[in-house]
Design a protein around this ligand. Structure first.
Ligand SMILES: Cc1cc2nc3c(=O)[nH]c(=O)nc-3n(C[C@H](O)[C@H](O)[C@H](O)COP(=O)(O)OP(=O)(O)OC[C@H]3O[C@@H](n4cnc5c(N)ncnc54)[C@H](O)[C@@H]3O)c2cc1C
Length: 379
């Protein structure tokens, strides 16, 4: 760190010390762009699971080493059928958000990075440096600034909103070799609704009620759904809630805020709209950005979480499902049935050839998807 008169200078400043900010700062340790300063007003980051599909990519080495558990089998359930899938090449993996973020936090601090509890309010590009101001009146100079503030939802957005309980039971009720990605055997009146079960052992699991709709509900609503599911479907009589997690992720957002640097993370479209997954895309994005910086590239290209064709497919998909939410169980089960376990994962992580995308398009209800595509074309 260099003192420039009485204002502190850093090669890199990152607005927001969430998953994207921390991952990027960690990747820059030992480069000329370090030490970084990360500024974030949030004092406490609630614990939650970061689940992702692990395709063996070297970028996921750290996340893999911190994984709490991995699974090779998963299922989608509807009232009509259960579709189970298996992959020999990919695993579904989960990392505790606090383990991941604490690890990065520690490494950044050990290497003389600065993580400051502060809200960035404005940014000015000056001749040599960028000047950042915080709500407490502090000023910092940086050579380069990244902005990971999450974007704001559009008025008509669909949210993926959820509340989950990590529970412990005193009897064995879960098959800990099998993830239930979506169980649609729950009320569908208030939006596309499913239960997600991540079984850590036969007696512990994360059980989450997830909805796609334009309104976020009161926590009691999801808790009632989880209680009903545990009692009637899992046939569990009693449990202890160990951790609660909740979130509401807008699937359509706008860029209405003045940019405070180069966008990264959710702010740079890292999330896959049809799935709500962003964790592995954020890691790939951060490693890609740090690679460009290390090569001395001046104009940084930010890779979004999905290609434009995948975004188009996701938008049509969401349009169809929000106009006809009752189709959701059929659409997701058809998607799983159409693809092999490996191809299903390839589609989920975005690394999927055109042939798989076309198979998906042809397997889905034609008239609804043509109408959805047309509506999207005129938006
Ligand atoms: C409960 C929950 C569970 C999730 N689970 C998964 C999962 O299992 N798998 C998956 O792939 N994805 C998951 N996601 C989605 C995604 O991976 C996470 O939201 C991820 O944390 C996004 O990282 P980010 O750094 O882009 O944004 P954030 O983690 O939201 O970080 C942005 C930071 O910017 C800060 N900030 C805002 N304004 C300012 C300002 N003016 N100045 C300074 N800082 C500011 C905020 O305080 C925040 O800490 C989940 C999301 C939630 C909420």
């Amino acid at each position: 760190m260099i003192e420039t008169s009485d204002v502190e200078y850093f090669p890199t400043a990152i607005v927001g010390a969430g998953c994207a900010g921390l991952t990027l700062a960690y990747e820059l340790i030992n480069s000329k762009d370090f030490p970084c300063i990360l500024l974030d007003p949030q004092k406490f980051r609630p614990e939650h699971a970061f689940s992702f599909w692990d395709d063996g990519h070297p970028n996921l080495t750290l996340a893999r080493s911190l994984a709490r558990k991995t699974w090779s089998k998963w299922e989608i359930k509807t009232f009509e059928e259960t579709i189970q899938k298996y992959s020999s090449r990919f695993v579904y993996s989960t990392v505790s958000s606090s383990n991941y973020e604490t690890y990065l936090f520690k490494k950044i601090a050990e290497n003389r990075g600065t993580i400051l509890n502060a809200r960035v309010t404005d940014l000015y590009n000056e001749d040599t440096y960028t000047r950042l101001e915080t709500s407490s009146g502090d000023v910092f100079l940086a050579n380069r600034v990244f902005d990971s503030r999450p974007p704001s939802p559009t008025k008509k957005t669909i949210f993926q909103h959820f509340l989950g309980w990590e529970i412990k039971t005193n009897k064995s009720v879960f098959d800990d070799t099998l993830v239930t990605l979506m169980d649609f055997r729950v009320p569908q009146e208030d939006g596309i609704h499913f239960i997600y079960v991540l079984p850590y052992s036969e007696t512990s699991a994360l059980v989450e009620s997830t909805v796609y709709s334009d309104t976020v509900f009161n926590p009691k609503w999801y808790e009632n759904q989880i209680t009903e599911y545990l009692t009637n479907v899992i046939q569990c009589k009693s449990w202890d809630v160990v951790i609660k997690e909740k979130g509401a992720i807008p699937l359509n957002y706008k860029k209405d805020l003045k940019p405070l640097g180069t966008p990264i993370g959710l702010n740079a479209a890292a999330m896959r709209a049809s799935t709500g997954y962003a964790f592995s895309q954020i890691i790939h994005q951060a490693i890609n950005v740090s690679g460009q910086l290390k090569q001395g590239q001046d104009l940084i290209q930010i890779k979004p979480g999905a290609t434009s064709f995948e975004n188009w497919m996701d938008n049509v998909f969401l349009d169809v499902l929000s106009s006809s939410p009752k189709l959701a169980p059929y659409v997701f089960s058809t998607l799983a049935k159409t693809l092999s376990g490996d191809d299903f994962v390839k589609f989920m992580i975005g690394d999927c050839p055109l042939s798989i995308k076309l198979r998906i398009i042809f397997a889905l209800p034609k008239s609804d998807f043509i109408l959805g595509a047309l509506r999207n074309a005129f938006k």
